[in-house]
Write a protein that binds this ligand. Structure first.
Ligand code: UT7
Length: 331
């Protein structure tokens, strides 16, 4: 039987214009450029300033950018997955709204939430729909308006995150190039260390939860860091070993952009040199579901058909994993 391979055939992205620099953050909380740069690698991040716009705005812009680059019509899309931790609303899928707004009238759509691993898990889902033979064009969008869930008086979190969106199109490939392997993990003990405590079914919104600032992101950074460093490196190494990939075989490491030190530790464990590691954390900070497609968009021109890409991510939940994918086109 001829196995169908799922390939990424196009990339699109969008970041808002407003640049929140470390210098500006110095005027908002007790922090400094030197601390942020050495501890995280972040110099600036983008913020969607218009309070009337939610994550769907970012997602729509990224999708439209992809459609234009790929030269296809929205009507051709079969399925849209929006990977996000900041949907427009708790109920009513952001993806459904995005699909309607871009004119994807023949698609069904849903959201996927796995914190910073949302896009990675989304790649697994999108590729599976293609590999099953059921659908021909699956649009996966990673989008987050992180500024909507940040407490800009909390220096432990507000310096880390930014807003943005990226999109990729998965299509069948007849040359056996595309998605090769995945190793995805989760561990519920992690939810104590990185969470938004209120607003869900466990602790519904109330005057008290608002007063206690329980609708903002809470992170025990040190604990998350410890788990992220070991787990991201573990899964990336596992993917390499079971696919007999040597360090030379890996063309690019595509790591979630949470902290430059976590990225460096993962690359080191894999034995991959710095020039093969995609990095844009200095420009955008941690955009949660958007980091991986924003990397692909920034590095698209440097990618060649047949390149071996190893993705790795770690996020709240905990959720984490690694994916091995062969790049399918030259720009
Ligand atoms: O993407 C989802 C997964 N998330 C992650 O992977 C994030 C993982 N964690 C991290 O990246 C890091 O833990 C942080 C960047 C969040 C924090 O870096 P750290 O090196 O772990 O710092 P820390 O939390 O251990 O704090 C060290 C010190 C503390 O002061 P004392 O107690 O040593 O006096 C903090 O109060 O740095 C202080 N600090 C700051 N100082 C200046 C914390 N935040 C800041 C700040 N500016 N913004």
């Amino acid at each position: 039987m001829n196995k169908i391979t799922a390939a990424i055939t196009a990339v699109g992205a969008y970041v808002p214009d407003y640049v929140l620099t470390n210098a500006i953050l110095e005027t908002m909380v007790d922090t400094n450029d030197e601390w942020i740069t050495t501890r995280t690698g972040i110099k600036e991040r983008r913020i969607l300033k218009d309070s009337s716009k939610g994550t769907s705005f970012l997602a729509i812009k990224a999708a439209e950018n992809l459609l234009e680059k790929r030269g296809i019509k929205a009507e051709e899309i079969d399925l849209i997955i929006v990977a996000t931790a900041t949907p427009d609303m708790p109920v009513a899928a952001t993806a459904a709204y995005v699909a309607s707004e871009i004119g994807a009238v023949n698609a069904f759509a849903f959201d996927l939430q796995a914190a910073c691993s949302s896009f990675l898990y989304g790649m697994s889902s999108a590729a599976s729909y293609i590999q099953s033979g059921r659908y021909k064009k699956v649009l996966l969008i990673g989008a987050d308006k992180m500024s909507s869930i940040l407490d800009y008086t909390d220096r432990a979190t507000c310096i880390i995150f930014g807003d943005g969106a990226g999109a990729v199109l998965f299509e069948p490939n007849d040359e056996h190039i595309g998605f090769v392997d995945e190793y995805l993990r989760s561990d519920g003990i992690g939810r104590e260390f990185l969470k938004i405590e209120a607003g869900g079914s466990l602790l519904p919104p109330s005057l008290e939860t608002v007063q206690n600032k329980q609708h903002y992101v809470f992170q025990d950074g040190r604990n998350v860091f410890k788990h992220a460093v070991s787990n991201m490196a573990d899964v990336a190494e596992k993917i390499m070993t079971r696919n007999q990939l040597t360090q030379e075989d890996v063309s690019w490491l595509v790591p979630h952009q949470a902290n430059r030190r976590i990225i460096d530790a993962t690359a080191q464990r894999m034995g991959v040199s710095e020039n093969k590691v995609m990095i844009n954390i200095h420009k955008y900070g941690n955009t949660t579901s958007a980091t991986l497609p924003l990397l692909l968009n920034d590095y698209e021109k440097q990618l060649n058909k047949g390149d071996n890409l190893v993705f790795a991510a770690f996020g709240g939940g905990f959720t984490w994993g690694s994916i091995y994918l062969k790049w399918a086109y030259n720009s």
